[in-house]
Design a protein around this ligand. Structure first.
Ligand code: C5P
Length: 406
C-alpha cells in the first residue's frame, strides 16, 4: 500500500530541461499508489514526448486545448476536476506568470485557471529568471492564492550557472504531494476492493477488413468503472473497441473479440466484484480467413457462425476464484423483467441490471438509461430514467452495500 493509494494527480509538465525529471516523477507517484494523468505544454514537448508521458502514466497524455476528440469526451473542465491535486513540474517562469496573471492561452494554463483543486508547483528556471523581481512578485501572488511550492533547489544549472533554480527532485515533489493531500485518503465505500468491469461491444472478424459488431458505445460500462474508481476501488476495465477516453484512475485492457475479452477477464482475476456490462457478440464467423473475401460471380459467400464463450456465465459458474459478487446486464427489447429473471438463473450471477434497448428508448449509444435491478433472491427495483453516469454512481453505491454485508 502506497501513501498515495487511490489518489489522482494531474501532472502539468512545463517546458524546460527539467521536464525529463517529470517523467521520473510520474513513476515515483505511481509507485506510491497515485494514478497520474499528464498535460504537456508546447514547450514541454521540445524536451519530452506525450508518448513517453502516456507510457509511464498508463493514460493518454493531453496537449491541445482545441483537440476535438478531447473536448467532446474529456474537455479541459473535466481534466481540471477529475483529480485530487494538480502538480506543475517543471513550473517555468512563463507558467508562473500565466498562473499569476490568470492568462489561459493553452490547455495547461486553462486547466490551471479552471481548477479548484489544490495546486503544487515545482519551479525550475535559470537563476536570474528566478531571482527577477517579476518572478518573485508572481510567486508571492501565487502563494497568496494558496498555491503550494516545492523548491527550487540550489545547485548547478544546465547553463553552468550556480544558484537557486534547479527543480526539486522527483522524490521531494512526491513528498510534497503527500503533504498537500494530507496523509491517508478518507475511507471510501469501495476502498481496498478490486472491481472488474467489461464494457463496449466486441468485434468478430470475418476477414482482415470486415467484422461483426453491435451498437454498444461502452458509455454505461465506462461510467461504472469511473464511478467505482471514484468510490475508492482498484478498477480493471476490459473494454472492446470504443471511442471513449479511459476513465481516470482505471487500468484499461483493450480487446477486440469475445475470446480475447474472456482471456483478459480471467487474467484480471481475482476480483471482489465483477460487472459484465459489455455487449459481447453471441456469435462469431466460424471461419476466419487471412485474405479478404472477394466478390465473385458465385454471389455472396455463406456466413457460417459459431457460438462465442459466455464470459459472464463462465466466470459466475467458476467453482474456484469466483468473484463474491457477479453482476450481469440484460439488454432486452421485450419482456425485460421476465427475460432478466431467466438470465440470472441461466448464468448464475447475483444481480442483473436490466434495461429496455428498443430503438425508441435511445439507450443504445445514448446518454440516458432506464434500468431495473433484479436480485438472485427475486427482488426487483425499478429506477427512474437518469443519466448513465448517475446509474453508474447509484449502482456502485449499491455494490458497496453488498460488498460490506457478506
Ligand atoms: O445473454 P445475453 O447476451 O443477453 O447476456 C447479457 C449479459 O451477459 C451481459 O452482462 C453481458 O456482458 C454478458 N455476456 C457475456 N458473454 C457473452 C454474452 C453475454 O459476458 N458471450
Amino acid at each position: 500500500m502506497g501513501a498515495l493509494d487511490g489518489r489522482r494527480v494531474l501532472l502539468v509538465i512545463g517546458g524546460g530541461i527539467a521536464a525529463y525529471k517529470a517523467l521520473d516523477l510520474i513513476r515515483r507517484l505511481r509507485e506510491r499508489g497515485a494514478a497520474v494523468r499528464c498535460v504537456l505544454t508546447k514547450g514541454a514537448q521540445e524536451f519530452v514526448t506525450p508518448l513517453a508521458a502516456a507510457a509511464l502514466s498508463g493514460q493518454r497524455a493531453h496537449t491541445d486545448l482545441f483537440d476535438r476528440a478531447d473536448e467532446a469526451d474529456i474537455g479541459h473542465i473535466k481534466l481540471a476536476r477529475d483529480a485530487d491535486a494538480v502538480v506543475v513540474a517543471p513550473a517555468t517562469a512563463n507558467t508562473l506568470a500565466r498562473m499569476a496573471g490568470g492568462h489561459a492561452p493553452d490547455l495547461a494554463s486553462t486547466v490551471l485557471l479552471a481548477t479548484t483543486l489544490p495546486i503544487l508547483i515545482a519551479p525550475a528556471m535559470n537563476v536570474r529568471m528566478w531571482l527577477h523581481p517579476a518572478t518573485q512578485r508572481n510567486l508571492a501572488l501565487l502563494k497568496g492564492d494558496g498555491v503550494a511550492v516545492v523548491g527550487p533547489n540550489v545547485g548547478r544549472m544546465a547553463e553552468a550557472e550556480t544558484g537557486p533554480g534547479r527543480m526539486a527532485e522527483p522524490d521531494e515533489i512526491a513528498d510534497a504531494v503527500e503533504a498537500l493531500l494530507g496523509g491517508a485518503p478518507e475511507e471510501k465505500p469501495l476502498s481496498g476492493r478490486h472491481l472488474l468491469v467489461t464494457s463496449g461491444p466486441t468485434h468478430e472478424p470475418i476477414d482482415p477488413v470486415r467484422y461483426l459488431a453491435n451498437r454498444s458505445s461502452g458509455k454505461q460500462g465506462h461510467a461504472i468503472a469511473a464511478a467505482a474508481a471514484a468510490a475508492g476501488a482498484r478498477v480493471t476495465l476490459v473494454s472492446g473497441p470504443v471511442t471513449l477516453p479511459d476513465p481516470p484512475g482505471v487500468a484499461v485492457v483493450r480487446v477486440e473479440t469475445a475470446r480475447e475479452m474472456l482471456e483478459a477477464v480471467e487474467a484480471a482475476l481475482p476480483a471482489d466484484i465483477a460487472v459484465f456490462a459489455a455487449a459481447v457478440a453471441d456469435w462469431r464467423p466460424a471461419a476466419f480467413g487471412d485474405q479478404k473475401i472477394k466478390k465473385g460471380p458465385e454471389g455472396p459467400p455463406p456466413l457460417a457462425l459459431t457460438e462465442n464463450p459466455d464470459i459472464l456465465a463462465t466466470i459466475a459458474r467458476r467453482t474456484e476464484g469466483r468473484p463474491p459478487l457477479v453482476v450481469g446486464f440484460a439488454a432486452e427489447t421485450t419482456d425485460v423483467i421476465a427475460h432478466a429473471r431467466a438470465k440470472i438463473a441461466r448464468k448464475g450471477c447475483d444481480l442483473i441490471v436490466a434495461n429496455d434497448v428498443s430503438a425508441a428508448t435511445g439507450v443504445m449509444g445514448g446518454d440516458r438509461n432506464s434500468v431495473h435491478l433484479i436480485g438472485r433472491d427475486g427482488s426487483l427495483e425499478t429506477w427512474p430514467t437518469m443519466g448513465k453516469d448517475e446509474v453508474a454512481r447509484r449502482l456502485v453505491a449499491r455494490l458497496g452495500q453488498h460488498a460490506a454485508s457478506p
